[in-house]
Design a protein around this ligand. Structure first.
Ligand code: RIB
Ligand code: CA
Length: 315
């Protein structure tokens, strides 16, 4: 057993290929107790993302983790899915066996609230999909930001271009109202935005190293990433892919990997014609943190160490 303290985690996700690698990253760590997983719409429908969460937890050796079905649509707008990025089945059209398990009866928001109440001050939350479930959980339990130890969000594009339109990142723009509620709620929040995730990529060399790792977990994950790298080849112009969600998982499990961050209150544009879903950080010298708690926006990580840990998680 690692000499690290136990980390109790709730993961809210929309698997999704990079969500899969994030689950693998956490599942490989004996000191990480995944107390529950919430599924949300986003990369695919919530019916698909929930089944994928069950399949992936079985693939990565955590079949006992409860999976709860969450929101099938945003709080206000219509859902927008991303099958072109993650494939028709959400996992690069790679077939996995049907899951042996089934989702629990609770909703994702109800499971998150129950676990937060059962582990006051000790539950870390990783949110790597649209923030609808987290926003619904705040509605069920307004004390959630105080009950949860920390919240790590993969989302936003603070000082870089978006990936859905020019200014917005997918998880945020898929439910801007939910994201704004989460950023306003007062969590101890680490934001892993495109600012860092588009700079922290699985290179062709890393993808080839993964292909040399024997075993079903590595082989299936490598197949997921083949699909994902093909999409990102159209963006980067070469074979590599942004590891959005695994990097957020690493920031949660291995905070020492963060080498630079800035603190600022973050708001979400809700009414902009061109900028709806944009994450707006207040970077004035004296931002009004009396009105909104600042987030830590990650701007630099130990990239090689992260990539090594991500590969180790799949061995
Ligand atoms: O913008 C990237 C994010 O949107 C990742 O979480 C990816 O899985 C999708 O959900
Ligand atoms: Ca995701």
């Amino acid at each position: 057993m690692s000499d690290r303290e136990t980390t109790r985690v709730f993961v809210d996700c929309d698997p999704g290929i990079d969500d899969a690698v994030a689950l693998a990253y956490l599942a490989a760590r004996p000191e990480v107790e995944i107390l529950g997983v919430g599924a949300v719409f986003g990369n695919n429908t919530v019916a698909v993302t929930a089944q994928n969460a069950l399949r992936l937890l079985e693939l990565y050796g955590r079949p006992e983790v409860p999976v709860a079905v969450g929101a099938e649509r945003p709080l206000v707008q219509a859902p927008r899915l991303a099958e072109h990025v993650h494939g028709g089945n959400g996992l690069g059209d790679v077939e996995l066996p049907d899951p042996k398990g089934e989702p629990v009866a609770e909703s994702a928001a109800e499971l998150l609230v129950r676990l937060a109440r059962e582990n006051p001050g000790e539950l870390d939350v990783l949110a790597v999909g649209p923030l609808t479930n987290v926003a619904l959980a705040i509605g069920l339990e307004p004390r959630l930001p105080q009950l949860v130890r920390r919240l790590v969000v993969m989302g936003g594009a603070v000082e870089v271009a978006g990936n859905v339109g020019s200014h917005a990142e997918a998880n945020i723009v898929n439910d801007p109202e939910a994201a704004e509620a989460v950023f306003a709620a007062g969590f101890d929040l680490d934001l892993v935005a495109l600012d860092i995730t588009m700079k922290t990529v699985a290179t062709a060399e890393w993808l080839d190293r993964l292909k040399e790792v024997p075993g079903d977990r590595a082989e299936r994950t490598s197949a997921f990433l083949d699909f994902y790298a093909e999409f990102y080849k159209g963006i980067f112009g070469l074979r590599q892919c942004a590891m959005h969600d695994p990097l957020a998982a690493a920031v949660l499990a291995d905070p020492h990997l963060v080498t630079e961050a800035f603190e600022a209150p973050v708001r979400v544009e809700l009414t902009g014609t061109l900028t709806r879903g944009m994450t707006v950080a207040d970077r004035r010298p004296r931002p009004r943190t009396d009105e909104r708690r600042a987030c830590r926006v990650v701007t630099s990580v130990s990239e090689d160490a992260f990539l090594d840990l991500m590969l180790d998680a799949l061995r």
